[in-house]
Structures are given as C-alpha cells and as structure tokens.
Ligand binder design. Structure first.
Ligand SMILES: [Zn+2]
Length: 223
C-alpha cells in the first residue's frame, strides 16, 4: 500500500493475514486515511476487505507516521489474535486456564498490556492448580487458596517434573513482576512470559504422553 502525506510518499507491505479469520489472503484495499490525531501523533488508517470466500470482513490497519517517508505498522483496530496451539493434555483439562489466557491475549492485542500481564499470571495459577488437582484429586480443597510459589515447590517433587517446576517458577516470577508495583526482571517482557507458558504446556503434554505410553503398552513377554 502507498499513500502521500505532507509531500512525502509512504510505502508499507499489505496485510497478508486477515485479523478476523486468520487465513493468508491478498486483501482488497478500500482506502488510506492519513490523519493528525488530537495529541499531534500522525497515523494512517487503512481499510481492507478480506478476500477469503467464507469471511469477507472489513478491517482497519493502523500505521504510525514518523515523517519523511518513514513509519511502522502499529496493529489492527479489530479482529482477534491467533492463540497458541493447545496440546490435547491442556484441552482435556477441566480448567479456566484457556479462557483466561485467551482473554489476556485479546487484552494485549488491544494494547492493554498492563492488564494482559496480570491476566497471564492468573492463567498460570489456574493451569498449575487445576493440573495438580487433575493428577491427585485429594488436593482439591487444599491448594486453591495457597500461594502459587509454595504450591509449585511443594507439589512437583518427582524428578521427571523438575524442568516443569523450574519453568513454572520462572513464569510465576515474571508474572508477579507484571502484577506488582516493582519490576525485578527488567530484561524480560510479556513475550518471554508467553514463551515460558508455551514451554510449560509442552512440558505437561510431554510428561502426560510419556506416562500414557509407559503405562498402557505392556511387554508381550511374561515376566
Ligand atoms: Zn478474513
């Protein structure tokens, strides 16, 4: 897409994924509207139509204009983010984890980054406590209102769960940073937190799959 603004030419790549249906598309351009906002920031609103046959949604991309032909893509005004791939062990878990994670992702997508960090921290808490209760039902009624850090260090004691425990501790530290007034881990941000949560999900899935196959496939030779 190209447009002119204050005697300069601006060129940006067209969106290649629809923010509504998430299909790869060559969208149809409906128009570009460069504007000076109330706080003197300069942005261009570009309006597109998804060409996917089942979608055909209209969406608006926002480009920041830095001047003299330079600028960058800020985001879409509408649509929703693409969620992570949920492994089966997570999908089958009775938990508000996925819902909380998805809401946090939507908050981040809409630029509400202060809130999304807290949401991801809350999602980790659901994941940990519901996973532990799923594994051993006798924990129900005992861990729900306990501090998350203590629940993690008290309950992942099997050596095979060591990586999971260490990843969870770090996800919780970063998550706490985003919930509290002071931040202790300056070099890590919300993308690192999401990466840690992804690794936690992979780890849980791997542990559960290994357990499943080791328990269910028996030797054909009598012991
Ligand atoms: Zn679409």
């Amino acid at each position: 897409m190209r447009f002119q603004f204050e005697n300069f030419n601006y060129t940006f790549e067209n969106p290649s994924i629809c923010p509504h249906c998430h299909n790869g598309i060559e969208p149809r351009a409906l128009g570009n509207f460069p504007e000076i906002g109330p706080d003197n920031t300069k942005v261009c609103y570009s309006i597109w139509k998804c060409t996917h046959r089942d979608c055909r949604s209209i969406f608006v991309g926002v480009y920041e204009i830095q001047g003299q032909g330079r600028g960058s893509f800020r985001g879409f005004l509408d649509g929703s983010p693409i969620g992570p791939h949920w492994p089966d062990s997570i999908l089958n878990l009775e938990s508000r984890f996925i819902e909380t994670y998805t809401q946090s992702l939507q908050a981040e997508y809409n630029g509400l980054t202060e809130i999304s960090g807290m949401g991801f921290r809350k999602a980790i808490e659901y994941l940990v406590k519901d996973y532990l209760i799923h594994k051993s039902a006798e924990l129900k009624g005992k861990i729900e209102d306990s501090a998350l850090a203590k629940v993690i260090s008290d309950n992942f004691t099997d050596p095979r769960e060591n990586d999971l425990k260490e990843l969870l501790k770090r996800a919780t530290w970063l998550g706490n940073d985003m919930t509290h007034y002071l931040q202790y881990h300056d070099y890590f941000d919300i993308n690192d937190l999401k990466e840690l949560i992804k690794l936690v999900m992979d780890e849980i899935h791997s542990i559960e799959q290994k357990r499943h196959y080791i328990e269910n496939i028996q030797s054909k030779y009598k012991k």
